[in-house]
Design a protein. Structure first.
Length: 236
């Protein structure tokens, strides 16, 4: 099973490397580097997007909730780079709330057959057990702690007794620290020199590859923490 899972992740690792290389070549040969390093040119480019820029950020955040492989941190970094940390956090929060609502609606509309396609039975039972013992706090921790499949858990939340508004608030509050950090990183990118950006890009790609490579182990470590936290207590 582990060998098969690792082989399944090989395309994702390859995609990360290809995107990093292609992005570097595009910046160097496509004339985009001047825009990225010139504040006035960057502001003109952002204004040229008009209303479609914020709409694209919101849609990107919605898609990262509904399509688990899409990294939400990248949406936050791009939003922070284009609109600054404050507005980027607001836009991403709107997209996150809408995406969570859609995931819950789909789960309640389509039921267990949908969950079977996007989540393992083990994960569904595990989350159900957490909610039974710890209630809403369980989902807050799932959204807050790193390395957990929180996007998939948005769908699982749709089949729990928790109210829709409650789950949306938990998702927003639990994900807020990571979201703010990603938008702050994006907002500071324009101040970096090209060697610094190159180092950050390579480091980010390396971390992404390591995450894909050891995702199962990281998930099990954090799930082990939640198992110990939830043991022996039930919500009346």
């Amino acid at each position: 099973m582990r060998v098969t899972a690792r082989r399944a992740r090989l395309p994702a690792v390859t995609l990360v490397v290809v995107l990093v290389v292609a992005g570097g070549l595009l910046l160097l040969r496509g004339g985009f580097w001047h825009t990225l390093t010139d504040q006035e040119a960057l502001e003109r480019s952002v204004r040229a997007l008009g209303a479609w820029g914020p709409v694209a950020i919101v849609l990107g955040e919605i898609l990262q909730v509904l399509l688990a492989p899409v990294p939400g941190q990248m949406v936050g970094i791009v939003a922070g780079y284009l609109y600054g940390a404050f507005w980027a956090t607001g836009l991403c929060t709107v997209g996150l709330a809408i995406g969570t609502l859609i995931a819950i609606w789909l789960a309640r509309r389509l039921g267990r057959p949908l969950l079977v396609k996007i989540a393992s039975e083990e994960l569904v039972k595990r989350v159900d057990s957490y909610v039974e013992r710890r209630g809403a706090l369980a989902f807050f921790l799932i959204f807050l702690l790193p390395f957990l499949p929180d996007d998939v858990c948005c769908f699982i939340a749709g089949l729990t007794p928790l109210r829709i508004g409650e789950v949306v608030i938990l998702a927003i509050v639990g994900r807020a620290p990571g979201l703010i950090v990603s938008t702050l990183i994006g907002a500071q990118t324009e101040k970096l020199t090209w060697p610094q950006i190159a180092v950050v890009t390579v480091a980010g790609a390396a971390l992404a590859i390591l995450f894909v490579r050891y995702q199962d182990r990281l998930e099990q470590v954090v799930f082990g923490m939640l198992d110990r936290f939830s043991a022996g207590r039930r919500i009346p």
